[in-house]
Design a protein around this ligand. Structure first.
Ligand code: SER
Length: 885
């Protein structure tokens, strides 16, 4: 059998041989179109290439594009499972020319692939052309040799393709396959065209215009080609099936589902199997592209798809989570081409399982409630809106799920009643919030959130995305526009900018409007649960609500923030391993320049502990293991060993970030698992290098480490190394000998200081260094030696006086030194005279002469000082006078 994978390869290889670049599918969340919920056609990623706003280094491309049509303008959710060809997720094969080839070659290549590459008999094929496009009709006659009855002219928009109200557009031609007259249906354009006999397999769009606004259509700079062929359709045809759900990819999933439930794949409940298979594909691809279930925006579309699948699993009798068990069969079929499925396998499985567990708790009760309510209704009476709201609010039933269940009974929901119940609940929430005592200055954010809804954060996946201005706030009030020079807060429906939270600083960058106005973002904040507020200044032009934006995060800065955040997790775990389990996070700051981490620990870390932490973290960096994020309940995460902040309030679901390889037995088998909403590196190796630059105390029992990564860590180490080199050069030593040399120098200096002091003493005792050079004189029968000494530090006076006492044997000695204008004085009395004179009394006389008070010591040796060093001689004289008595 020709598998879907073979068909995809045949298509891509064919166009590659025809000089097309094989380009990867773009993600399901469009980055270049803020108005589009999901990528829904192959040309979405090339939108700006067609208009000439963007250039690529190729002029021909081919892709197999992942598409989702659920939510937003194109919504096929309602029909899935009930028709042969509707899907929420499908692959669109396409070839594109950007101003290179046009109609003739596009038709020729398509015809050759269909009739020769895929071997489809020519007589089974027919085409449609736009009624005004005679050129296309002529080319089909010439190239394919089709007779006029096989070329159907269609005057409606069916053959004029438009991406939306604006954007590139043009007439198209479609190739149809005729399944034969045993199947009911008529050719395109006929009253029976909705039958299943004639199936469109390929749409070739001749992009030649750009719709600027309604009524204003201009020529594209270069006519281009955009084609789209649904892989599931062509696979069904080539595998001889009529229903897309019978192709190999779907069959593998459906048969696994039948095995697990014991319900016949093709019996009465075949539709449930199909819905589950379709929704499994959509959910898995969305999760792999970064969408996670939530109550708003894309996340809510995903949740609706998942919950629908779960209800059908319930219908098949499954009472335990089932859908996540089908992931391996999906990956076995599609993981080869779409590596993202394999990479995200655990995220997909756990997100599905978590949603199944959560919804499983209320699904049965909700169904019982619904049954009770519908039993009370007569005929086709609609379900009351407030009941549908209770199902939504208390039992987690999205409105469309309730509608889907009721459809089988031919019932609807009273939508107005539902809306009224919803409005009433919002009013209650508003009243409760207003009374909760939150600062009134923040009221504006609550109002903005009510008005615009949350801003969707795209920044885990991308640093650049388009958005639409949803609100502008100036001086605490919502305004409609901002002009050059205005410092305002700008909000958009979606954003790649991370809002400050969890210790990680907000992103900076630039936002450019479609008109070329510029807004410099100096910070991004997060307000009232889901609003990303870009704070900054309009540096050019002006901004108005509703304008399209190109939003660019400062990528260099974000790269550093990511490294510093991831290393915070690695360091946290390393600290616990080195210091003990008592280490708990007390705070952290993740900046571009570095990070700091506060933790409970009683004493300063030793140098060995610091280098051990550095070694562990750097080893994890070198391991270069991948960083995984998952969505779980807080309890499940903590059960797995995730580190959570004690006392922190976590929502129903938490994001769990795991990284590193484990070298001890941890429950999860990874090195670090934490609850965290921050942005992280893809692999630990991206951190580069880790260095602790400081360790201090911040409060009793709380230590802080300041840390650097990557180039900043290198710069730190290099600057220290350079300083060491400089010291080594001065010391004429090898860098590693510097410490020994400095130690020796200090010892040597101490020795020399001692020698100098001794020498000074000797000199002073022998009379040198004294300004009043008189020898000891007889005063009142006592030998008195009074000296004013220069260059003698005060602390050396006592040993000096001791030495002089020995010299004169009997007598009184006064030594005064002057430093920085102040005098210090020591008086010594030899033992034989202490009965007559007290050194303490004498020193006080000297001190008083220099304007000082007091003095202390023993009768044989006392010390004092005075502020007036100029009176040193007077002090010597005053003591002399004291001897006379
Ligand atoms: N853009 C066209 C479509 O979606 C052809 O690729 O059908």
């Amino acid at each position: 059998m020709t598998t879907a994978n073979d068909i995809r390869s045949t298509f891509l290889n064919y166009f590659e041989k025809n000089e097309h670049a094989v380009v990867d599918s773009s993600p399901l969340v469009p980055r270049n179109d803020p108005t589009l919920m999901f990528t829904n056609a192959g040309m979405v990623q090339f939108k700006n290439v067609f208009t000439g706003a963007e250039t690529r280094d190729y002029k021909r491309a081919t892709t197999s594009q992942k598409c989702v049509r659920a939510g937003g303008k194109h919504n096929d959710l309602e029909n899935v499972g009930y028709t042969a060809r509707h899907h929420t997720f499908f692959e669109m094969l396409g070839n594109f020319s950007f101003g290179d080839y046009f109609k003739d070659q596009a038709i020729e290549m398509a015809w050759n692939l269909v009739t020769k590459g895929f071997d489809i008999p020519q007589d089974k094929l027919l085409v449609t052309v736009y009624s005004e496009d005679e050129e296309a009709a002529g080319l089909w006659r010439k190239i394919a040799g089709l007779s006029d009855d096989k070329i159907i002219r269609i005057p409606t928009s069916d053959n004029f393709w438009q991406m939306g109200d604006t954007g590139p557009c043009g007439p198209c031609t479609e190739i149809f396959y005729d399944h034969g007259d045993h199947i009911w249906g008529g050719p395109p354009g006929s009253p029976e065209e909705d039958g299943d006999r004639f199936i469109e397999i390929w749409n070739l769009v001749f992009m030649q215009y750009e719709q600027i606004e309604p009524g204003n259509r201009v020529d594209l700079p270069n006519p281009s080609i955009d084609t789209g062929m649904g892989l599931e359709r062509i696979a069904a045809l080539l595998q001889g099936k009529h229903n897309n759900y019978d192709i190999d990819i779907f069959r593998a999933i459906i048969e696994t589902c039948a095995d697990l439930t014991g319900v016949d794949a093709d019996g009465d409940q075949a539709a449930s199997h199909k819905v589950i298979a379709d929704h499994l594909r959509a959910s898995s691809f969305l999760i792999a592209d970064g969408v996670l279930p939530s109550n708003e925006g894309r996340g809510y579309v995903l949740r609706r798809i998942m919950r629908r699948a779960m209800r059908h699993a319930y219908l098949l009798g499954a009472r335990d989570p089932l859908v996540h068990k089908l992931v391996p069969s999906l990956i076995s079929k599609m993981g080869g081409h779409f590596g993202e499925l394999k990479r995200a396998e655990s995220l997909i499985t756990e997100t599905l399982k978590l949603e199944e567990q959560r919804f499983g708790r209320t699904l049965e009760k909700g169904l019982r409630l619904l049954e009770g309510e519908t039993d009370k209704l007569g005929g086709k009476e609609a379900l009351r809106g407030d009941v549908a709201f209770t199902l939504y609010d208390t039992y987690g039933f999205p409105l469309d799920l309730t509608q889907d269940i009721l459809r089988g009974q031919g019932r609807t929901v009273d939508q107005a009643g539902f809306d009224a119940a919803m409005a009433e609940q919002k009013a209650k929430a508003r009243a409760a919030w207003a009374g909760s005592g939150d600062q009134t200055t923040e009221t504006v954010w609550f109002e903005v959130k009510e008005e615009t809804g949350a801003s969707e954060f795209l920044g885990y996946e991308t640093e650049r995305a388009e958005g639409v201005v949803s609100a502008i706030v100036a001086d605490g009030k919502p305004v409609l526009e901002a002009k050059q020079g205005d410092k305002v807060s700008l909000l958009a429906n979606q954003t790649p900018f991370y809002g400050e939270s969890g210790g990680q600083m907000g992103d900076m960058g630039i936002i450019i409007s479609a008109e070329g106005a510029e807004f410099k973002v100096s910070d991004t904040l997060k307000k009232v649960d889901g609003l990303h507020v870009h704070v900054g200044e309009v540096t050019k032009g002006d901004f108005k609500i509703g304008e399209s934006l190109d939003m660019l995060v400062d990528g260099d800065r974000r790269t550093k923030l990511k490294a510093n955040h991831s290393v915070t997790h690695l360091a946290h775990e390393a600290l616990r391993r080195v210091l003990g389990d008592h280490v708990t996070q007390k705070g952290s700051l993740v900046a571009a320049e570095g990070m700091r981490f506060d933790f409970a620990h009683q004493k300063a870390m030793t140098a060995e502990e610091i280098s051990e932490v550095e070694n562990i973290v750097n080893r994890q960096i070198r391991e270069n293991s991948s960083v995984a994020t998952r969505q779980m309940t807080p309890d499940a995460a903590i059960e797995e060993g995730a580190m959570a902040l004690f006392g922190e309030k976590y929502g129903e679901e938490v994001r769990v970030v795991s990284m590193g390889s484990s070298d001890t037995e941890t429950k999860s088998g990874v090195y670090s698992t934490e609850l965290c909403g921050g942005t992280h590196v893809e692999r630990t190796g991206d951190i580069g290098f880790f260095k602790i630059s400081n360790e201090t105390a911040v409060a009793a029992g709380v230590r802080r480490i300041e840390c650097l990564t990557g180039q900043a860590a290198m710069d730190y180490v290099n600057s220290h190394d350079a300083k060491l080199g400089e010291m080594a050069a001065v010391l004429k030593a090898k860098p590693l000998d510097v410490a020994d040399r400095v130690y020796n120098l200090i010892e040597e200096r101490k020795k020399l200081e001692k020698e100098v002091a001794d020498l000074r003493q000797k000199l002073a005792v022998s009379g040198g260094g004294s300004s009043n050079k008189q020898e000891a004189k007889d005063v009142n029968g006592v030998n008195y030696l009074g000296r004013v000494l220069s260059d003698i530090p005060a602390k050396e006076l006592k040993p000096l006086v001791d030495a002089m006492k020995k010299e004169i044997k009997s007598g009184v000695i006064a030594a005064v030194s002057v430093s920085e204008g102040k005098g210090s004085i020591v008086v010594g009395v030899t033992d034989d005279l202490t009965e007559k004179f007290s050194a303490v009394d004498l020193v006080r006389l000297g001190s008083a002469a220099m304007g000082g008070k007091g003095g202390g010591g023993r009768p044989d040796m006392a010390q004092a000082g005075g502020p007036d060093g100029n009176a040193a001689d007077a002090a010597v004289s005053a003591i002399e006078a004291g001897l006379v008595g």
